[in-house]
Design a protein around this ligand. Structure first.
Ligand code: A2P
Length: 310
């Protein structure tokens, strides 16, 4: 087991380990084993979950085993996320409790608003109209955030944060928030570097977690270029005797972000944890910074026709 994985200090005072295991797109019949291997064999102490991934029960079974047989709950940082259809004040607490039940936990370390858009409750995960546009619900982000603040006060979650929030959304939220978000979880990798967003969040004391740090690979790519096949990343990987994935993950942590690569492959889970024994040089970082092409593998326009990040 690797000895220690560095952490980011959140504005709550808690430590969030830089490396977490992502569970988006992890199959129900594979995710439990992945979580167990990560926590028991490879020194992971951070697991990123979400209700909408539809696998939290399987993750919960793995947590039950792990906390029964080796790891202490308080040594593992666990995140879940509130889905768009649970934004109404009346639904936020029930949604959080559902994730807690599925994950077999008493509390979450972090609960994120998954996206800053609300859709109606009870009409499926992504209800769209006849033109393919996401159906809206008349719920403001403020209503949702204030309900999430109640979860902290009542001890269901240790910290709350946001995901996929743009700068104007953050600026607005801070006009009323009594609790500053601890984290903004956003897409970050060498093809989508968002240096100004990173700088802005850091300025506000909001920690940043990089999702899809490996460019999501096959699942989301469509006709988009494959990040791990990039010749520059491959060259740097070769020079360090590491894999392209390890270069992307190391790049993320050297920028001061947490990183949550998804994997259900034991080999990849092990490899992705081995990023704390080498360093990218200033030259490597300068070369990697040239790769930015503002390419989003996760673009809500493709699902909801909302030009969310335009
Ligand atoms: P697998 O689950 O078989 O490991 P992202 O976190 O950017 O969404 O990327 C997830 C994708 O990257 C998954 O397809 C995952 O497949 C793959 N992956 C995870 N770790 C590695 C690795 N070290 N090398 C290559 N592919 C990886």
């Amino acid at each position: 087991m690797s000895s220690s994985i560095d952490s980011l200090k959140l504005n709550t005072g808690a430590a969030m380990p830089l490396l977490g295991l992502g569970t988006w797109k992890a199959r129900k019949d594979q995710v439990g084993a992945a979580v167990e291997i990560a926590l028991m064999e490879h020194g992971y102490s951070h697991i990123d979950c979400a209700h909408v991934y539809e696998n939290e029960s399987a993750v919960g079974e793995a947590f039950a085993k792990v906390f029964d047989g080796g790891r202490r709950r308080e040594d593992v940082f666990i995140t879940s996320k509130l889905w768009n259809y649970d934004h109404a004040k009346a639904d936020v607490r029930a949604a959080c409790k559902k994730s807690l039940r599925d994950l077999q936990l008493d509390y979450l370390d972090l609960y994120l608003m998954h996206f800053g858009v609300a859709s109606p409750h009870g009409q499926g995960i992504e209800p769209v109209d006849k033109n393919g546009v996401l159906l809206p619900a008349k719920v403001s982000v403020r209503e949702t955030w204030e309900a999430m603040e109640g979860l902290v006060r009542d001890g269901l979650v240790k910290a709350i944060g946001i995901s996929n929030f743009t700068a104007p959304m953050i600026v607005d939220l801070l006009t009323y928030a009594q609790i500053t978000p601890a984290v903004n979880q956003i897409e970050l990798h060498p093809y989508c570097q968002q240096p100004r967003m990173l700088e802005f969040c850091q300025h506000l004391g909001i920690a940043v977690t990089a999702y899809s740090p490996l460019g999501s690979q096959v699942e989301m790519n469509g006709n988009k270029p494959i990040l791990l096949a990039d010749p520059m990343i491959q060259r740097i990987a070769q020079a360090h005797g590491k894999s392209p994935a390890q270069i992307c993950l190391r790049w993320s942590v050297q920028r001061g972000t947490a990183v949550i690569p998804k994997s259900t492959s034991p080999e990849h889970i092990a490899q992705n944890a081995d990023i704390f024994s080498f360093e990218l040089s200033e030259n490597d970082l300068a070369d990697l910074s040239k790769l930015d092409r503002r390419l989003r593998y996760v673009d809500p326009y493709e699902w909801w026709k909302i030009p969310y990040f335009d």
